[in-house]
Structure formats: C-alpha cells, structure tokens
Design a protein around this ligand. Structure first.
Ligand code: PSU
Ligand code: MN
Length: 303
C-alpha cells in the first residue's frame, strides 16, 4: 500500500494508534443517496451519533488521488454539494484515484479503504445486493463480493426491497457471510422491520456481536458480518406504499434504459422524490440508529 494514497484524519489516526473504537461511514449516501442540504446535515449528525456512544467517526471518500479516512466539515460540504462526484465501487477505485476525480465510496469501496486503515466496523443505511431480475441482468452488487473477503463488519437496516431480498440472502449464504439480526427473528427490509424472511441468525446484545466478530476473525474466517438493525417502530413506512413506488421506479428505469451502476441511485432517488419525503425521514433516522449500534459494538470490541 502506498501510504501517500491513504490520508487519515489526525483524530482518526490517533484513535487507530491508541486502539480506540472507530466507526467507518460511507459517502455515496451523501453524494448520491440524499438531497442537499439534508445529506450534509445527516452526515454531520451521524458523526455526532457515533461520538455520543464513545467512538470516533471516520467518513470515507476519495479526492485528489487520495483515499480519505475521516472527512473535514468542508469535505462533507463538498461531497454534499458537488454535482460531478463519481459513485466509486471497487472497480472504479484505481481509475478515480489515478484521474484525481472526486469519488463517493459505496459500501464495497468504503469497506476496502476502512480495512486498509485498520478500521473494523462500518455503519450505513442499506447495502447493495441481488437486484430483482438478476437471473437475466446479472446485476449483483460488488458490495456482496467485497463482504465475502474484507474483514469489516457492516451495520445496515437490512436489505431494501428495491432488491430481491430472498436472492440476496441466498447469495450471502453462498459467499459465507453471516447475517445477524439484532433483537428479533425477522430479517428487516430497511423501511420495514420485517421482510417476509426469517433472519439466518439473531443476536440481541452489542457485546455478543463483538464476541462473534472476535471469534470469526481470530479463526481466520475472512470477510464481513452483515448486522441487520431493524429501524425504530415509529419510523416504519407502510410496505404496500413502498412497494408501489418501487414498482413505478423499476418500470421507469426500464423505460429510460437505466442500467449498470446508475440503477441503484435512480431507484433510490425516484422513491425519495415520490414518497414526499417520508422515505427520506426514515432513511435519516435509521442511519443514526445504525451508527449508534455500530459505535456500541466498536466500544464493546475494545479496539
Ligand atoms: N442502498 C441503499 N442506500 C444506498 C445504497 C444502496 O438503500 O445509499 C448505495 C450504497 O452506497 C451501496 C450502493 O453500496 O448504493 C450499491 O450500489 P450498487 O447496487 O450499484 O452496487
Ligand atoms: Mn449493479
């Protein structure tokens, strides 16, 4: 690893050196997942949520040919406002770095950079997965393959139903990625605490999750653990409503010929715009909820 390409904010570098708990956060959610100015407000308040649980936040992005681990307030503003920010998954990293383009990192790229810096836990909203119709499109997010081999745990609110949740759970099993839901048997689907699927595993306490992560990595069992954190009851969005927006969004994506990396941002934006902000409020609430849980697990790990 060329150290000049990994710029760790001094506060984060100190935390790494002193084995203090750290939580990585992604930037695609800032640049491509939410409208300005709520994206910037959310990115800043999520960092506060991590701090209030006693951990240090490290939001990750790419700028000026460097991977940034920990963003300044100015950087967060930049990624929230700038129009031409690349959505960077693993395959885009070398290109965006060598061209010195600004890049917001997906779950996959954020995990990889977190791992390079020595950060072991990461909080996000929703992960990428197996898309509906993947049996013909082969659209399966690189988030899943990354989770198969990078030792960074991911806290999410489950899998969003823009994806095929059943196929995503199957694929996670194929890749050997444990899926643990916190506090309930049902696997959550982002806007809803249920999905129609039972979680493969259930753990109720942050300390027990921390124990499982320690055992996994001590045993040399490479890869992530998907920690599914159901959103608070008060924030749930009625599943029938979300499904109707998803079906409209999928039909519109098809009509406009949206494909490849543009699919997920297109669907997310369509749903956020058409649900009149209800989905955005739930999205913001659950990211805070996930960041707090990730921080509690990091504290329990004693890193
Ligand atoms: N799902 C969400 N919100 C998001 C994403 C997915 O509910 O913001 C973003 C994440 O950054 C994720 C990426 O890593 O989309 C997955 O994109 P793709 O499906 O193109 O791999
Ligand atoms: Mn895809």
């Amino acid at each position: 690893m060329n150290k000049d390409r990994l710029i760790i904010l001094p506060e984060v570098a100190d935390a790494i050196a002193q084995n203090k708990p750290i939580v990585a956060l992604e930037s695609t959610i800032i640049s491509h997942g939410m409208p300005w100015p709520r994206n910037v407000e959310t990115a800043l308040s999520v960092e506060e949520a991590v701090r209030s649980e006693g951990a240090i936040p490290a939001t990750i992005a790419i700028r000026n040919g460097q991977c940034l681990v920990g963003l300044s307030k100015d950087d967060i503003e930049f990624f929230g406002k700038e129009k031409d920010v690349w959505k960077v998954s693993i395959r885009d990293m070398a290109y965006v770095l060598s061209k010195k383009l600004p890049g917001a990192t997906t779950v996959a790229a954020t995990m990889r950079i977190a791992s390079m810096a020595g950060v072991r836990i990461f909080a996000t909203g929703g992960i990428g997965g197996v898309h509906r119709g993947a049996e013909t499109s082969m659209d399966i997010s690189a988030d899943l393959t990354e989770m198969a081999h990078t030792n960074v745990a991911v806290v999410s609110a489950g899998v969003k139903s823009i994806l095929d949740i059943g196929l995503t759970l199957e694929y996670l099993e194929t890749l050997g990625i444990p899926v643990v839901t916190v506090g309930q048997d049902a696997f959550p689907s982002f806007y809803s605490r249920s999905s129609g699927y039972t979680s493969p595993l259930r753990i109720d306490k942050p300390q027990e999750i921390a124990d499982m992560l320690s055992v996994k990595w001590q045993m040399g069992l490479q890869g992530s653990v998907l920690i599914a954190n159901p959103l608070p009851v008060s924030q749930e969005v009625e599943p029938g409503l979300i499904e109707s927006y998803i079906l409209q969004a999928l039909a519109e994506a098809d009509k406009q010929g949206i494909s490849g990396k543009a699919v997920t941002p297109f669907l997310l934006k369509y749903i956020a715009t058409h649900s009149k902000g209800e989905s955005l409020e739930a999205n913001i609430a659950l990211i805070h909820h996930n960041a707090s849980l990730a921080a509690r697990i990091a504290v329990a790990m004693g890193w």
